[in-house]
Design a protein. Structure first.
Length: 341
């Protein structure tokens, strides 16, 4: 059974993008586990309502700051989650998206180097592009268009991974890199452009559900609680002192730097997902098909063999269980909006 190494010792932890969907869940979990949390966010996509219930906690501090600008902090761990994560938001200002990925990575790595903190990069399954192998393993280099409309995000995350491993090799920074596959759950924004939130909101409002292409493209969806558990296990995991070697990484540091896939290996096509949400919500919404956008991957599913091997981690929430929790959340949000209206 997986055992925490140092997690039980209270730490001072920085979470960049801490008011976002994943970041806010992570802040809450870290506080519940006894740590001191510095939540850094510029509120481009993060929302104060995600963390407002934490403000009275004496171990929680909110810092309004753009991580593309330097900042000096004293911390033990850093989770770098700062970046818009849905196409609607990262394509709104693609140059800014690249800056967040590249400059943000440089600035958190600079903090980690100066104070000898452990730092995690929240990378993405998008580094695999439109994959030619299935499921995607960490040693796959990807099939990415470097000049497409999604490239600001895809290539920005790839450069960030490069910076993390170069800082590890050149400056002995203690790094972790995780590649996050589609994640969903409460605290997603109504208009964030992600497929599950889009489908749920449309279904609850009785509006048409738009599917791009034939709907046969597949994705895998990980419930937020499962992802948070994986992030913490990866951050805390250490191997015996000595050289860690696999086919694509060498490190003489104690610890497993990654990259490591975190996601749900159960695959579902988008059309079936839409029908499942319509069924759970008892919605009368219709499904309509639209032209597929450029560079939209046909298949996306993680191989989580490394997570199972090293972290003894795998998702425990089924898709239906997670969807019901998420639908309950959105029902309350939409009801609140109508009441205010």
């Amino acid at each position: 059974m997986y055992k925490y190494r140092t997690y039980h010792k209270p730490k001072r932890i920085l979470v960049t993008g801490g008011a976002g969907f994943i970041g806010s869940h992570l802040c809450e979990r870290l506080l519940n586990d006894g740590h001191e949390v510095l939540c850094l966010d510029n509120f481009f996509t993060g929302r104060k309502e995600n963390i407002i219930h934490l403000l009275n906690n004496p171990r929680f501090e909110l810092i309004r700051h753009d991580i593309t600008q330097p900042i000096l902090l004293e911390v033990d761990w850093i989770f770098n989650l700062a970046c818009p994560a849905s196409p609607v938001h990262y394509q709104y200002n693609p140059v800014k998206t690249i800056k967040v990925n590249v400059l943000g990575a440089l600035h958190v790595l600079g903090i980690a180097k100066r104070v000898k903190a452990r730092v995690m990069q929240a990378s993405t399954s998008e580094v695999y592009g439109d994959p030619e192998i299935h499921p995607q393993k960490e040693d796959y280099w990807g099939n990415v268009n470097p000049i497409g409309i999604r490239s600001c995000y895809d290539e920005g995350k790839r450069v960030a991974e490069t910076l993390f491993f170069d800082y590890m090799r050149q400056n002995k920074v203690d790094i972790k890199v995780v590649r996050i596959f589609n994640t969903y759950g409460p605290k997603m924004s109504l208009n964030d452009g992600r497929v599950i939130s889009n489908f749920i909101v449309k279904a609850l409002k009785g509006e048409d559900i738009e599917i791009y292409g034939d709907g046969k493209q597949t994705r895998s969806f990980c419930y937020i609680d499962d992802l948070i558990e994986g992030l913490i296990r990866m951050m805390d995991f250490e191997m015996e002192v000595g050289e860690f070697t696999n086919d694509y990484t060498k490190s003489r540091l104690s610890g497993f730097p990654g990259p490591l896939n975190l996601g749900n290996p159960t695959e579902i096509d988008i059309l079936s997902l839409a029908k499942k949400i319509l069924d759970i919500t008892n919605s009368k919404s219709k499904i309509v098909h639209k032209k597929a956008p450029p560079d939209d991957p046909r298949r996306r599913c993680p191989d989580i063999s490394l997570a199972r091997k090293y972290l003894e981690w795998e998702p425990v929430f089924s898709l239906e269980e997670g969807l019901r929790k998420t639908i309950d959340y959105f029902e309350k949000i939409i009801e609140r909006q109508y009441t205010k209206g």
